[in-house]
Design a protein around this ligand. Structure first.
Ligand code: TYM
Length: 332
C-alpha cells in the first residue's frame, strides 16, 4: 500500500484554500486508499514572529478541524509534528545534504523574508531552513505521495532532490516522493486580490474565506469578490483571474469543471450567488462536526497521543538507518 504524508501549518485559521487544495483529498481518497499520515506541523509555525499561546490554540484548532473534515483515526494517523522527535533529528542530517544556494532559491523564503524585512523585522534562520524540515517530515516516513496545493510544489521538488542526493552518497535510504495536486482549485486565490494566493497567514481580510466563517460572512465575502472588467463569464486564469477563481471554487465544490461552468452563467451576480451557496453547503457539515468535537477535547487529545505513538514507530527505523548511513556511531 502506498504511503501518503501531508501537513498543515498552524500559523492562522484554516482557509477554503487549505480545504480545497489539500484537506479535502486527505479525508476523501487518501485515507481510504493509502497508509496515510496527516500532521499539524507546529515547528514550522515558529519560523516567523509568533505568539506561543496563539500557536497552541491554532494547533488544537487545526487538529479539531482535520477530524471535523473527516479524517478518521481508524484509517489514518493524525498527529502533531513536535510530538515526534524524528522530524528534527532527520532535519539536521538533511541540512548536511542541502546547500545554502538551494535554500535561498525557494520562492516562499524569498517572499516571506522580503515581507519580514519590509516590516522592519529580522528574518529567522529557521525560515531559511524550513524546507529542509519539510523534507524531513516527508522522508522520515518513506512517503510515496504528498497531496498538496500548488504553492508547495517547489518544496516537494527540493525534497526529491535531497532524497536522491542522500541515497547516492550514503546508500539507498529514502523513498523519492512525488507531489499530487487536485485537478481544480490547486491554487485558490484571494477574493479581493485574485492575483495573490488565499493565504491563512495573511492579515484577516475580506478576501479570505475561513473554514469557520459563519454562512452569512461567507456569503458576504463571495458576493463582494473582485471580478474583472469584462462582462461575460469566461474561464481564463491570466486574463480573468477574479471570475476564473470563482469558477474554480464552484467547480471544486460541485464537481464540475470551470470551463464547462463558464458557459452556464450569463452574469457575475448569479455566478457569485451560486458559488457562495456552494461554499456554505460544502463547509456546513465540517462546521457542525467541529462544534461537536470542541465539546470533547479529550477525544481530540487522545487521537493526537495515539497518532504520535504510531508515527514515532513508523519514523524511527528509517531515521536510525540514515544516522548510521551518514557515518554516525550507533548509540549501542
Ligand atoms: P500550509 O499550512 O500553508 O497549507 C496546507 C496545505 O494547503 C494548501 N494550500 C492551498 N491550496 C490551494 N489554494 C490555496 N490558496 C492554498 N493555501 C494553502 C497547501 O499547498 C498545503 O498543501 N509547508 C507546508 C506544510 C508542510 C507540509 C509538510 C506539507 C510542512 N511539512 C510535509 C506536506 C508535507 C505549508 O506551509 O502548508
Amino acid at each position: 500500500m502506498k504511503r501518503v504524508f501531508s501537513g498543515v501549518k498552524p500559523t492562522g485559521h484554516l482557509t477554503l484554500g487549505n480545504y480545497l487544495g489539500a484537506m479535502r483529498r486527505w479525508s476523501g481518497v487518501d485515507q481510504h486508499e493509502a497508509d496515510a499520515l496527516f500532521c499539524i506541523v507546529d515547528l514550522h509555525a515558529l519560523t516567523v514572529d509568533h505568539d506561543p499561546g496563539r500557536v497552541r490554540r491554532l494547533s488544537r484548532q487545526a487538529a479539531t478541524l482535520l477530524l471535523a473534515a473527516g479524517l478518521d483515526p481508524k484509517l489514518c494517523t493524525v498527529f502533531v509534528q513536535s510530538h515526534v522527535d524524528e522530524h528534527a533529528r532527520l532535519s539536521y542530517l538533511l541540512e548536511c545534504v542541502a546547500t545554502d544556494g538551494e535554500m535561498r532559491r525557494m520562492i516562499q523564503y524569498k517572499e516571506k523574508a522580503a515581507a519580514e524585512r519590509a516590516r522592519g523585522g529580522s528574518v529567522r534562520l529557521s525560515l531559511l531552513t524550513y524546507p529542509v524540515l519539510m523534507a524531513a517530515d516527508i522522508l522520515a516516513y518513506g512517503t510515496d505521495e504528498v497531496p498538496v496545493g500548488d504553492d508547495q510544489t517547489q518544496h516537494v521538488e527540493l525534497t526529491r532532490d535531497l532524497a536522491v542526493r542522500f541515497n547516492q552518497r550514503y546508500g539507498h535510504t529514502f523513498v523519492v516522493p512525488r507531489a499530487t495536486r487536485p485537478e481544480v482549485a490547486a491554487r485558490v486565490m484571494n477574493l479581493q486580490e485574485p492575483t495573490s494566493k488565499m493565504g491563512k497567514s495573511d492579515d484577516a481580510g475580506p478576501g479570505i474565506v475561513y473554514l469557520l466563517d459563519e454562512p452569512e460572512v461567507i456569503r458576504k465575502k463571495v458576493m463582494r469578490a473582485v471580478t474583472d472588467s469584462g462582462r461575460d463569464v469566461a474561464y481564463d486564469r491570466d486574463g480573468r483571474p477574479g471570475v476564473s477563481n470563482l469558477l474554480e471554487i464552484l467547480a471544486a465544490c460541485e464537481g464540475g469543471n470551470p470551463e464547462g461552468l463558464a458557459g452556464v452563467y450569463e452574469s457575475y451576480g448569479s455566478l457569485k450567488k451560486d458559488t457562495a451557496e456552494a461554499v456554505v453547503e460544502l463547509l456546513r457539515p465540517v462546521q457542525q462536526r467541529h462544534k461537536e468535537l470542541c465539546a470533547d477535547p479529550a477525544y481530540v487529545e487522545g487521537v493526537l497521543r495515539e497518532g504520535a505513538e504510531k508515527a514515532r514507530e513508523m519514523a524511527r527505523p528509517r531515521v536510525d538507518t540514515a544516522y548510521r548511513a551518514i557515518g554516525l556511531l550507533p548509540a549501542g
